[in-house]
Design a protein around this ligand. Structure first.
Ligand SMILES: [Zn+2]
Length: 395
């Protein structure tokens, strides 16, 4: 049996997955219409707002924000959850094209799912290994097709286990051709080595399997990154870190430095605070949602205040997948994402900024692997091996 919020109805689980996913997406759409005044996209007939000239493409910036470990509707978009996401609902959603029905049909582990988002193929690598994605990443397509330097594609990643996400092992692509990856916690570990300052709350990693924390070498290289690229002294970095309360705050701080000093055209930020849910502490999970909501709005504000980004940036916000429902037999509720039920697979995506229709909600089905082809269509590169397709409403 499965209960769907918003309808108050109890449905037989014998409904097909497709029908159930459709119901999730439609109730999400109704919540958004009520709370943020979004109009239904399929009712609008208008020309694409995207400007396709070459010069506008050269200046175009794209920021992708993903969260590892999504949140369920009852803690976010549903009437009882809306108090947790005031920024997304009141500031970002009204400016966005919002997709209510994004399905992840792959493996529900954070590294492998994020790798799938970045390649446009459901990757099958071991989630708990520091392995490169098998298929070319969006960063490799972008740099190769558009002949961009390594400084133009960056990833800010939440855990040491993500250190290989920037480039694949695919023939014709691979080493040196993808994104540079920055691991803020690794940077902080390198900076505070030998001091007695307690940064444990910023260094918490991998809530699902706390014992899996691959050790990376290269502390010296990391510290050079800090000073040469981010223009931060170790002392200033440590002083600022003392003012932060979570790993994602640290990631957003680093992302903002990258925007200011390096201004990459393709910037990918993966957050992870919400996944503290695995500890089973509901209040920490809610804190994670509220913080993520605030940080997404902060990134969007940073876009407006950076001359390289203001007016020419498109931002994508999406969870890698959802979490288990309370109603699935064998489900773990908010704590985990182990059953592969509809709640854990049916997620959403918000797109806002340059070239995006504002205040529109779409509930036609899309998939996680459609992100990369959509980015390709917007930025002008060809993700040849991706198995998804460009989302029509973004073109
Ligand atoms: Zn998780």
């Amino acid at each position: 049996m499965m209960r769907l919020e918003g309808t108050g109805a109890t449905e037989r689980y014998s409904l097909s997955h497709c029908e159930l996913a459709g119901r999730f997406s439609r109730s999400r759409r109704e919540f958004l219409r009520d709370a943020a005044g979004l109009a239904l996209g399929s009712m609008l007939i208008e020309a694409s707002p995207f400007v396709r000239g070459e010069s506008s493409r050269r200046k175009r910036k794209v920021i992708v924000v993903t969260f590892g470990g999504g949140a369920r509707d009852q803690e976010t978009f549903s009437p009882e959850g809306q108090e947790n996401i005031p920024h997304m609902l009141n500031e970002l959603a009204p400016q966005s094209s919002f997709f209510t029905h994004v399905t992840n049909q792959g493996i529900l582990g954070h590294y492998v799912a994020t790798a799938s988002l970045a390649t446009g193929v459901y990757e099958t690598l071991n989630n708990f290994s520091a392995a490169a994605p098998e298929h070319p990443t969006v960063f490799e397509y972008f740099r190769k097709d558009l002949r961009r330097p390594s400084s133009d594609a960056w990833v800010v990643a939440p855990s040491n286990g993500f250190n290989r996400i920037g480039e694949s092992e695919s023939r014709g692509y691979g080493v040196g051709q993808g994104a540079r990856v920055i691991l803020p916690k690794h940077l902080l570990s390198a900076a505070h080595r030998g001091t007695s300052v307690d940064f444990d709350h910023l260094l918490r990693d991998n809530y699902e399997t706390p014992l899996y924390t691959p050790q990376l070498g290269g502390g010296e290289v990391e510290l050079q990154q800090l000073e040469m690229i981010l223009k931060l002294s170790v002392d200033d970095f440590m002083a600022h870190a003392l003012t932060l309360s979570s790993p994602d705050e640290l990631s957003v701080y680093i992302a903002r430095r990258l925007m200011k000093e390096e201004s990459p055209s393709l910037l990918w930020i993966t957050m992870h605070d919400i996944d503290v849910a695995h500890t089973g502490a509901y209040s920490l999970y809610i804190d994670g949602i509220r913080r993520t909501d605030r940080l997404c709005a902060e990134i969007w504000k940073a876009v407006q205040s950076e001359p390289e980004y203001a007016g020419n940036t498109t931002m994508f916000i999406l969870p890698d997948f959802g979490r288990d429902s309370d109603y699935d037999a064998g489900g773990n509720g908010f704590q985990h994402h182990r059953t592969g039920d509809i709640a854990s697979r049916t997620t959403w995506m918000m797109v806002l900024g340059a070239g995006v229709r504002q205040g529109v909600v779409y509930d036609n089905p899309t998939q996680s692997i459609d992100l990369v082809p959509s980015l390709g269509a917007i930025m002008g590169f060809s993700p040849a091996q991706s198995q998804g397709k460009p989302i029509r409403e973004l073109l």
